[in-house]
Design a protein around this ligand. Structure first.
Ligand code: FES
Length: 186
């Protein structure tokens, strides 16, 4: 086998890998410009609400919007993920308080008090770990909710802290669905 024959597949492999990488970047970029255009300019950032179209978010998927400089996770949970969150006993929760700005400060951390009213499959949550502020990874960790790799905090499918050093459930911001497919945050 000549040198040319052995080197050619290597070049093809490289092209294949490069094409695959470009495709992945393209898919990620498709979500962000849309979310970004919903954001206010810097001058009105402090007071602004954002409206996010979630029609493309299928069950089991989530998107990250930006609100007041923070990531906001918007996740459409599968029926199994909702059931998993609903069947947790309050006594098993490290933080028994809902941390939902739409509810009284002492509301318990039931799944109903964490999810969207009347649209329980949706979770809208500030995506900041309550330990030291890292951004947790979605659909991961032992509870299949979120996992913060910084120091190992695990959250369940309702965003409640279940394991690790974080002291509180992730925060639910003021939000409401203003149509079947549009959620306003802020
Ligand atoms: S910042 Fe998330 S575990 Fe420490």
């Amino acid at each position: 086998m000549s040198v040319n024959e052995t080197s050619e597949p290597t070049r093809r492999d490289f092209l294949y890998i490069a094409t695959g990488a470009a495709g992945a970047v393209g898919a990620a970029a498709a979500v962000w410009p849309f979310i970004d255009q919903m954001n206010p300019d810097a001058g009105t950032l402090a007071l602004a609400a954002i409206e996010v179209n979630v029609s493309s978010v299928a069950p089991g998927q989530s998107i990250t919007a930006k609100w007041r400089g923070k990531p906001v996770f918007i996740r459409q949970r599968t029926p199994e993920e909702v059931t998993a969150a609903q069947t947790v006993a309050l006594a098993d929760l490290k933080d028994p308080v809902a941390r939902n700005e739409n509810l009284p400060g002492d509301a318990p951390a039931t799944d109903a008090n964490r999810s969207a009213k009347g649209k329980e499959q949706w979770l809208v949550m500030v995506g900041v770990c309550t330990h030291l502020g890292c951004i947790p990874l979605g659909q991961s960790g032992p509870y299949n909710g979120w996992f913060c790799p910084c120091h190992g905090s695990a959250y369940d499918t309702a965003g409640r802290i279940r394991q690790g050093p974080a002291p509180q459930n992730m925060a639910i911001p003021p939000f409401e669905f203003i149509s079947d497919t549009t959620v306003r945050v802020g």
